[in-house]
Design a protein around this ligand. Structure first.
Ligand code: CO
Ligand code: ZN
Length: 335
């Protein structure tokens, strides 16, 4: 496996700023990379990017979301501090002191007026300080409805990568790398890079409706149970790809779970079994599309999810690429 190519793509993908509903940055990188691989690429009304490789075999939908967690400016107060709402599942406990970057490049620091430091601040008690002297100056730089993402530079060292937006640009990277191998598959493959996952699994829902696949596999991140501050969970960073059994959005299809674990055993992919009690994935929306879709997921273990410093293992990413590519190549019973 060429890890340099994985790292090149991860850096390129995570450096694009694409909060939910404003995925243009990541979309253009993905479109260019998919076209380089010789795929036919289209986009739809929701902004999903869909690459299709026709084939005689079963119709498979592979999905990873392009959007990332962010904030949306709701108003500037009279002192020039910007008040905001959450775009996706922000953890307000850890926000104070963090930097955010708006689409026009304006950087601000998040402050908190909550007085008790161990209390989770209400979002109404947080503000963004861009150094504006009053409301008029703030409104010049940032308008109501402008979105921003975390400023969290890409860093890789040995097996570890740290960046914002690994959720789920790492999944986008895994799909793009798997697409290199999958170009030779007999299956009818649809690679969907979806929008608005973080605000309610929205893009994947309409993409799945337009495709109505026989099977679907979402590739997204999952929590780990291996840090002092985490909830107990049977997934470790460095433990390989995770095959999802359930999360709060889905009970994965038992045939898809069995197919993925069989493929992993056969191909010698290191894998772990995943149950994520907190949080959903596109898998859930796809499963409930039309008359229903047999859906499962390949998950990447990720520490500090939804923070500017998400951490993943390159080795795990490579195992996810192997598993996803092998799933694209495998024979699936047509429905
Ligand atoms: Co997420
Ligand atoms: Zn995600």
């Amino acid at each position: 496996m060429r890890s340099e190519e994985t790292i090149r793509l991860l850096k390129l993908l995570t450096e694009a700023d694409s909060p939910s509903g404003r995925e243009g940055g990541a979309a253009s990188v993905i479109k260019r990379e998919a076209e380089k691989l010789g795929y036919d690429v289209r986009s739809d009304a929701m902004g999903n990017i869909i690459a299709h490789k026709p084939g005689e075999g079963a119709k498979l939908m592979l999905d990873a979301h392009m959007d990332e967690i962010g904030i949306i400016a709701s108003f500037a107060d009279e002192n020039g501090f910007i008040r905001f709402g959450a775009v996706g599942g922000l953890c307000t406990r850890d926000l104070a002191g963090r930097r955010v970057r708006f689409g026009n490049g304006t950087i601000g620091v998040i402050g908190s007026e909550e007085e008790e430091f161990n209390k989770k601040p209400r979002i109404s008690k947080l503000y963004i300080d861009i150094g504006a002297k009053d409301r008029a100056a703030a409104e010049k730089a940032v308008k109501t409805g402008d979105t921003a993402v975390f400023d969290g530079g890409f860093y890789s060292n040995g097996d570890i990568v740290i960046s914002k937006a690994l959720d789920d640009r790492a999944g986008c990277c895994i799909l793009l790398r798997a697409m290199e191998t999958a170009a030779k598959s007999e299956n009818d493959l649809y690679f969907v890079f979806s929008t608005q996952e973080e605000v309610g699994l929205r893009g994947a829902k309409t993409a799945a409706f337009s495709i109505m696949p026989d099977y679907a596999i979402a590739v997204d991140v999952t929590d780990t149970g291996d840090t002092p501050s985490c909830r107990p969970m049977d997934v470790k960073l460095g433990g390989g790809a995770a095959v999802k059994i359930m999360d709060s959005s889905v009970m994965c299809d038992v045939r898809v779970i069995a197919a993925l674990t069989d493929i992993a055993e056969r191909e010698g992919v290191r894998y772990q079994r995943e149950i994520m009690t907190d949080g959903g994935t596109d898998t859930g929306a796809i499963a409930l599309t039309g008359a229903g879709v047999r859906a499962g997921a390949v998950s990447l273990p990720l520490r500090y999810m939804h923070s500017p410093s998400e951490m993943a293992s390159i080795g795990d990413i490579e195992e996810c690429i192997k598993l996803t590519a092998a799933a694209c190549m495998a024979e699936w019973r047509k429905i």
